[in-house]
Design a protein around this ligand. Structure first.
Ligand code: ADP
Ligand code: ADP
Length: 225
């Protein structure tokens, strides 16, 4: 089964900038998949379309079998996104933020696992601290936690380790591996660190100027460089 199936996906922003051009891409269920490319290539646009935050201009997107247009609710429920921007409501605590997120996704109270998720990302100590007092690293941990509250089958991380210190990078990598191996979660991450892609990803796609220019196993693709 494919976790993600994208056909003929294009995005032209208001003003005429073509950020994505006729992308065909499938991501197998259970894999760790890397989306690589230089700044401005279209990676965030692609991820934001998957997340339902940016409206595509053309094409088909299926998430966990659900067509984004025909089954918007189910497709949205199947995916969790850790964004790149560290935007958080400064007046929420991590516990509060997770409750709100769970409410937004309609997760029943009996299925909420805030403590477990906070523990996993290493935020238990800060569960009651206001977000405005959290460091950049803590905010990233909270954003990962928020992406997990509705138990998505597919987790997307947009540049999860850009500008983070070694300790946090190791923690994020460890979390990602655990989610993939122990829960079979499909992971998609964007990065411009080749080393990170090599370390983490089973398969890689490379985007440049809105075009998908390569897609192969990590060994085949990075072995050629
Ligand atoms: P990235 O690190 O992914 O390259 P950018 O710096 O390109 O991020 O973009 C940061 C944010 O600004 C994104 O949310 C993106 O959608 C938005 N953005 C980027 N370029 C433009 C633009 N030309 N006009 C409006 N918004 C933009
Ligand atoms: P990446 O994540 O690979 O850096 P983006 O998807 O952020 O690339 O951006 C792809 C292109 O689309 C860039 O040229 C960027 O400036 C442009 N872009 C991104 N967001 C917007 C936006 N909201 N409005 C207009 N142009 C945008």
């Amino acid at each position: 089964q494919d976790a993600i199936r994208i056909e003929g996906l294009s995005k032209t922003y208001d003003g005429g900038h073509r950020a994505l051009r006729d992308i065909d891409l499938t991501v197998p269920a259970g894999s760790v998949f890397g989306l690589l490319g230089p700044n401005g290539a279209g990676k965030s646009t692609l991820i934001n379309i998957l997340a339902g935050l940016v409206i595509k201009t053309a094409g088909k997107v299926r998430i966990w079998g659900w067509d984004q247009d025909d089954n918007p609710r189910q497709s949205r429920a199947s995916i969790g996104v850790m964004p790149q921007e560290l935007n958080l409501d400064p007046f929420f605590t991590p516990r509060g933020a997770l409750e709100v997120q769970a409410g937004l996704y309609g997760v029943p109270k009996s299925h909420r696992r805030s403590d477990e998720i906070l523990e996993m990302v290493g935020l238990s100590d800060k569960a009651e601290a206001y977000a405005r007092t959290l460091s950049g690293g803590m905010r990233r941990r909270l954003l990962l936690a928020k992406a997990l509250v509705h138990h998505p089958q597919v987790l997307v991380l947009d540049e999860p380790t850009a500008g983070v210190d070694i300790e946090l990078r190791q923690m994020l990598w460890e979390n990602v591996r655990k989610l993939n191996r122990e829960r079979g979660m499909t992971i998609i991450l964007t990065t411009h660190y080749l080393e990170e892609a090599e370390e983490m990803c089973d398969e890689i796609a490379i985007i440049n100027h809105g075009d998908l220019v390569a897609r192969d196993s990590t060994t085949n693709l990075l072995g050629q460089l």
